[in-house]
Design a protein around this ligand. Structure first.
Ligand code: TYM
Length: 342
């Protein structure tokens, strides 16, 4: 391999598909990106090409993309330490995805559970081919940069597994090319559940807004949603995913935000009511999200500066991505364009 990073590299991204990132994105991914920012060479990008695998309004997509970038920075991504960029600014993602499409089995792609879930919603006939090959583009996003790890929430495990399989397959057929990346999934916050339906993961596409905590919601909306979270019959505050999924979700949110083990929280709530727990969770979430929201809005006041940061990030990302793509093109047997050396 031609370039070796000085620190091990990680890469991850979040889709710009909603009005705001949500608490699951924040606790499952962003918090962990920020926590280890000094330990790795970091690439954090916005998969805007993934967003168009389902219909998007072009004006809204542009707005959501800038808003996502602003939330990365407001949430703690430091552009002096991390490369921040848009997927569509680095054409090598689509170019590598094509090569990987050609070594992915149809059956293998058909087994991806997120495709099955998403396509089931609108009917398989209506699902785009882009949605079907989505995990292959994600594998390209990852493998282009040869990272050791991909910090994600639990729902992305299967996709990272596909990236690993494709890396191994390519290396086996064409010689050592890709690093086989590990999913970096924290125990805490790896899966945050919907507040109204605490057996389903919190998600932008959930059935109603009341189960969702958005980073950009007004603090009073956030507090109200937490205080109206579905709990369970009974009164005892216990960590029990089977029988008390609502209370368990609230405990896990509080544990992640306050860095307190769930067991210690449960001990502290002996003899207290669900209402006490909800009030504490609401306070902790609002205290954490309020400054992020304020900083995001400030950053969005200067879109030209955001665009400049993204352009700078894309140039740095391309320096890495172009080297990997040239290596891959050469290995699969494409003739180099005239005037370049293979
Ligand atoms: P996306 O945009 O759905 O989610 C972004 C990140 O948030 C995590 N996450 C959650 N974590 C805990 N609880 C939840 N309820 C929850 N909901 C979401 C996700 O696990 C993810 O880490 N396919 C990816 C985007 C992507 C990507 C990549 C990620 C495209 N290319 C390359 C890593 C590397 C996705 O749709 O994530």
């Amino acid at each position: 391999m031609s370039e070796t990073p000085t620190r091990p590299r990680v890469l991850s991204g979040m889709q710009p598909s909603g009005e705001s990132l949500h608490l699951g994105n924040y606790l499952g991914a962003l918090v962990n990106w920020v926590k280890t920012q000094d330990d790795y060479e970091n690439l954090f990008f916005i998969p805007d090409m993934h967003a168009i695998t389902v219909p998007q309004d072009p004006v809204e997509l542009r707005g959501r993309t800038r808003r996502t970038a602003a939330q990365y920075i407001a949430g703690g991504i430091d552009v002096a330490k991390s490369i921040l960029f848009l997927q569509s600014h680095v054409p090598e993602h689509a170019q590598l995805a094509w090569v990987l499409n050609c070594i992915t089995g149809f059956g293998e792609a058909s087994r991806m559970t997120q495709f099955k879930d998403k396509s089931a919603k609108g009917g398989q006939e209506m699902a785009s081919v882009g949605l079907f090959t989505y995990p292959v583009l994600m594998a390209a996003d990852i493998l282009l940069y040869r990272p050791v790890g991909v910090p994600v929430g639990d729902d992305q495990r299967q996709h990272v597994e596909l990236a690993r399989d494709l890396a191994k397959r390519f290396n086996h057929r064409f010689g050592d090319t890709f690093t086989v990346p590990e999913p970096f999934i924290q125990k805490e916050g790896a899966r945050i559940y919907d507040l109204q339906n605490p057996t389903a993961k919190m998600s932008k596409s959930a059935s109603g807004p009341n189960g969702l905590i958005n980073l950009l919601d007004e603090p009073k909306v956030t507090a109200k949603r937490i205080k109206s979270a579905v709990t369970d019959t009974g009164t005892v505050i216990a960590h029990d995913r089977e029988n008390k999924p609502g209370v368990t979700n609230l405990l896990e949110i509080l544990s992640t935000l306050t860095d307190t083990p769930v067991g210690a929280l449960v001990d502290g709530y002996q003899g207290r009511m669900y209402g006490h727990l909800k009030a504490d969770v609401a306070d902790a979430v609002v205290a954490r999200l309020e400054p992020i929201r304020a900083r995001t809005l400030e950053l969005l006041d200067d879109p030209a500066e955001l665009d400049r940061l993204l352009a700078h990030g894309a140039a740095k990302a391309r320096e890495i991505a172009s080297v990997t793509l040239a290596d891959v093109y050469n290995k699969v047997g494409f003739l180099p364009p005239l005037g370049t050396v293979a």
